[in-house]
Ligand binder design. Structure first.
Ligand code: MSP
Length: 516
């Protein structure tokens, strides 16, 4: 029997051909933070990451290095595993589309679509972006003066291709997807993406989608399905999207994860960048509907990290590598920066200077300083700890307790809308409020009034505890040190007497100031 609500969350499975960059770090960090928050609320969670290993782009890259594609992706997979290790991202499953189980599931899905009459054979003539693994019509493409067609968003060169292909009948579910979008305006976190997909694709009428390719062979071959035509490989996006189900062992003998987190799951969430919204928000729900499977309950679409050259991407040569940053500033610090500074609805222009400023301002000057000041004062005047003293609480102290209650409400409200940035602005603001409270109550002048000093310091400890609880969603290892300094258990339930007679021992500066 299921006792807890479930929460399944995925990142996109990244192409292993590109250089690692801070865009990967951003998406994975967001998903990891949402998972941590839900876990804190008591959900039963499952968090998956992975890589997208098939397709023409990967084959081309492997070939350019004179490597067998499988050998190539095996090497590249390790890069991502190492990155998530270094960044201290703990996940439940690392999905690889070259896994046998995944290939079996994609075959099965293809057969089911065939049986249900969604697939027919035809001939594709049109444009294709190998870098985006995306088909485009002439009206969607951008024609430049050089006579070539380009992808309107990524700017990649498009190839004209003419080849035999199997197609998926999008038209069969066109009306359905339109109604689905209209009756679920909050399916995508981002309103403007919803509008764009409706105006530019759904309302214009969906073209049937080419779902097999014959001009290369690095992919799942349909010869393993009920159609025995070895020259056809399954379109990489059809293959990749179903990784979200193969991760949960959909249709395996033991499909208990699928049953728990997808078929009977409470929340099924995908996190992704806006450039792949079309695949996730139109094709994926249509594929699932064609098989009568549950849809995701929500898709969180985030904006891009940009530089003056535009979206950060390999082809623009403006990629910022994550590993040196993590080594220089720390895994939790980097996650703190990306999770709290980016508003998922707006593009974000990154600079290292800003990273340093945020870490210094929020963690070192604000919270770190607060913790150190309070610990020092408690130690000096109350080596055996303070006590909650309800009778001597003044108006100014009450205000702090009220602020804790307001913080809880605001934090949960923003997180329920997936705005980590706004939720943590409230946390940092409350930390500033506590520093201001110190300035106003002037505890250093209260050495002869221990009753008052006790109330002030005890109030501060309770406030610090609330901040540390929220920070532990992003900074779990730093905060477990804070909880140890404060002599309380990790995420102990808040109670007014929790600091009664607790010695406070700070043994380390957790957030040293970073010199510019
Ligand atoms: N393989 C597909 C996804 C298949 S999911 C079934 C793919 N891979 S990718 O390697 O190109 O990764 C794209 C994702 O990386 C984006 O959706 C986003 O999550 C992240 N980002 C890549 N560049 C980024 C920025 N410049 N800014 C923010 N996120 C970025 O697409």
């Amino acid at each position: 029997m299921k006792t807890k609500k479930t929460f399944y969350i995925t990142t996109p499975i990244y192409y292993p051909s590109g250089n690692l960059h801070i865009g990967h770090v951003l998406t994975t960090t967001l998903a990891w933070v949402y998972r941590n928050y839900k876990k804190m609320l008591g959900y039963d969670t499952f968090f998956s990451v992975g890589i997208d290993e098939h397709g023409q782009k990967i084959q081309k890259k492997a070939l350019s290095l004179n490597l067998e594609p499988k050998k190539y992706v095996d090497n590249e997979a390790q890069k991502f595993i190492d990155l998530w290790n270094l960044l201290q991202i703990d996940y439940d499953y690392f999905s690889r589309t070259t896994n046998e189980e995944h290939e079996r599931i994609v075959n099965l899905v293809f057969n089911k679509m065939l049986e249900k009459g969604y697939i027919y054979k035809g001939y594709y003539e049109g444009l294709y972006s190998v870098d985006d693994e995306e088909f485009l019509t002439i009206s969607q493409a951008l024609k430049k003066d050089d006579g070539n067609f380009y992808h309107p968003i990524s700017g990649h060169l498009l190839k004209e291709i003419k080849e035999e292909s199997y197609f998926f009948k999008m038209s069969k579910l066109e009306k359905w997807i339109k109604e689905f979008f209209l009756s679920n305006p909050n399916f995508l976190s981002n309103k403007s993406t919803t509008k764009e997909l409706l105006n530019n694709f759904i309302n214009k009428g969906l073209e049937d989608l080419s779902i097999t390719r014959v001009s290369f062979d690095w992919g799942i071959k349909i010869s393993k399905t009920n159609i025995k035509e070895p020259q056809h490989v399954i379109y990489v996006w059809l293959d990749a999207l179903f990784s979200y189900l193969s991760t949960l062992n959909y249709s395996e003998e033991d499909d208990s994860l699928y049953e728990k987190y997808w078929a009977n799951g409470d929340e099924r969430i995908h996190v992704l960048g806006k450039e792949i919204a079309r695949f996730h928000a139109i094709y994926w729900p249509i594929f699932l509907k064609s098989l009568d499977l549950n849809l995701p309950t929500k898709e969180i679409i985030h904006s891009w990290i940009i530089t003056p050259e535009g979206k950060m991407s390999k082809s623009k040569g403006n990629v910022i590598e994550p590993i040196p940053l993590i080594k220089k500033y720390g895994a939790e610090e980097i996650k703190y920066f990306f999770a709290t500074q980016i508003n998922i609805d707006n593009d974000f222009s990154y600079s290292e200077e800003m990273l340093i400023n945020v870490l210094n301002a929020d963690l070192s000057n604000n919270f770190g300083n607060l913790l150190n000041r309070v610990a020092k004062m408690v130690n000096q005047s109350f080596p055996n700890g303070t006590k909650f003293d309800q009778e001597n609480i003044l108006e100014i102290d009450k205000k702090i307790f009220e602020k804790i209650e307001t913080l809880k409400k605001n934090f949960d409200f923003e997180m329920s809308n997936y705005y980590i940035d706004k939720a943590f602005k409230y946390v940092v603001e409350f930390s500033s409020n506590l520093n201001e409270y110190i300035d106003k109550t002037e505890p250093w002048k209260l050495k002869n009034d221990l009753t008052r000093l006790n109330v002030v310091l005890n109030t501060l400890l309770l406030g610090i505890y609330q901040i540390a609880s929220y920070f532990s969603i992003i900074l779990p290892s730093k905060m477990s040190k804070v909880f140890a300094f404060l002599n309380v258990k990790n995420n102990q339930k808040f109670s007014f007497d929790m600091f009664d007679n607790k010695k406070i021992v700070v043994t380390e500066i957790l957030f040293p100031r970073i010199a510019k």
